[in-house]
Each structure stands twice: as structure tokens, then as C-alpha cells.
Write a protein that binds this ligand. Structure first.
Ligand SMILES: Cc1cc2nc3c(=O)[nH]c(=O)nc-3n(C[C@H](O)[C@H](O)[C@H](O)COP(=O)(O)O)c2cc1C
Length: 186
């Protein structure tokens, strides 16, 4: 089972990217979490660019997201919502509508912010956006507040309870991916 981890932050020392690294370590047996970091290469969504000869970066996005059994998104919160770059990637992944790579794709969200609400609004918005794009959104939000206190200087997670929450989250996501596969096979 291959789950793709997509961080909504482009920042080198991003807490959300660190959260995905922790999730990769927390993954249950049989589940591999691999990070995808192509968000910064994508052009702004433009219907005129979207067709059989879509930009190379968009083709790579669609191939990678399509090949994954499921996707775990880790989002920061920018001004109360999802960062524009992540929304842009989802817009590309939501078209063409009937063959979109997000259609029926099992997805889950987590989020970290340095504030006290742990990117909760961003995660709620992200779940709504992913649902509208046709994905199968599983699990609840995991708000990681005061992210600057949760990781050591090397970006390693210090919070054992959160580590277990990540493991449970991935277990739920993997189970949905198995169920989705069974529905396709039936
Ligand atoms: C443009 C911008 C807007 C932000 N808005 C919020 C916000 O609305 N809520 C919040 O909790 N943190 C906000 N923050 C702080 C982020 O939570 C913090 O920078 C966090 O570390 C970003 O995630 P990252 O470490 O994965 O890059 C904002 C940061 C930036 C740069």
C-alpha cells in the first residue's frame, strides 16, 4: 500500500513537512508513505493550459497522485485557510472532471500551525475542497498547535501521543484504500 504525503508548505524547515516525515515513521505495517513535493513547480491553474498537452509539471502531478493508493495532506493555515499553492495543486488534480485523479481517491488531512488552533480552519476547508473535487475524505482533522514546540531542531516529532494519532489516521486511510480497491474489483 503506497500513500502519498503532500505538504502544503514550500518552506525548507516546514513543520507540516516534518509532520509527514513523522507520519512515514508512524505508518502501520504494510503501508509506505512517500512524500511528493511538486507543488512549487505548478503554474497557476488556467483552463487554457489544461488539455492533452498540459504542462509537464501538471502531467507529473497527475501521474504521481493517480498512482498512489491514497493521499495524506499536511496543511499549514494561511490567513484562516488553505495555502494558495496547495489549492492550486488540487485544482489541477480535479480536472478533467470525470477522469480527475482525485475522483474517488481516499484522502485524509492533518495540519500544523504555530498558533493555538493547529490549522483547524485550513483542515476543515481542505476537507471540503477535496470532497468537492470528488475525493473520498476519511477521518477527522488532526490539529497540531504550537508546532514550534512539537519538534526538535532536526524536525523530529517529540510528541508520542501525536505519533500514535498519526498511526491511527494512516490505518483508517489505508482501510479506506483497501475498501475502494475491493469496490473497483467487484
Ligand atoms: C502568510 C501567512 C499566514 C498565516 N496565517 C495563519 C493563520 O491564519 N493561522 C495560524 O494558525 N497560523 C498562521 N500562520 C503561521 C503559520 O501557522 C506558521 O508559519 C507555520 O509554521 C506554517 O507552516 P509550515 O511550518 O509547515 O511552513 C501564517 C503564516 C503565514 C506565512
Amino acid at each position: 500500500m503506497r500513500i502519498l504525503g503532500v505538504s502544503g508548505s514550500l518552506r525548507e524547515s516546514s513543520f507540516n513537512t516534518s509532520l509527514l516525515r513523522a507520519a512515514a515513521e508512524a505508518a502501520p505495517d504494510g503501508v509506505e508513505l512517500e512524500r511528493w513535493d511538486g507543488i512549487g513547480e505548478l503554474p497557476l491553474y488556467d483552463e487554457d493550459l489544461d488539455g492533452d498537452d498540459a504542462p509537464e509539471s501538471v502531467r507529473r502531478l497527475r501521474e504521481a497522485w493517480s498512482a498512489a493508493d491514497a493521499i495524506l495532506f499536511a496543511t499549514p493555515e494561511y490567513n484562516g485557510s488553505v495555502p494558495g499553492g496547495l489549492k492550486n495543486a488540487i485544482d489541477w488534480a480535479s480536472r478533467p472532471k470525470l477522469e480527475a485523479v482525485l475522483r474517488n481517491k481516499p484522502v485524509a488531512v492533518v495540519g500544523a500551525s504555530t498558533g493555538q488552533f493547529g490549522a483547524l480552519w485550513a483542515q476543515q476547508d481542505l476537507k471540503r475542497i477535496l470532497g468537492i473535487a470528488g475525493a473520498r475524505v476519511v477521518g477527522t482533522e488532526i490539529p497540531v498547535s504550537r508546532a514550534d514546540e512539537r519538534f526538535d531542531n532536526d524536525g523530529r516529532l517529540l510528541d508520542g501521543e501525536l505519533f500514535e494519532q498519526l498511526r491511527l489516521h494512516l490505518t483508517t486511510l489505508a482501510a479506506e484504500a483497501v475498501a475502494a480497491e475491493a469496490r473497483i474489483a467487484a
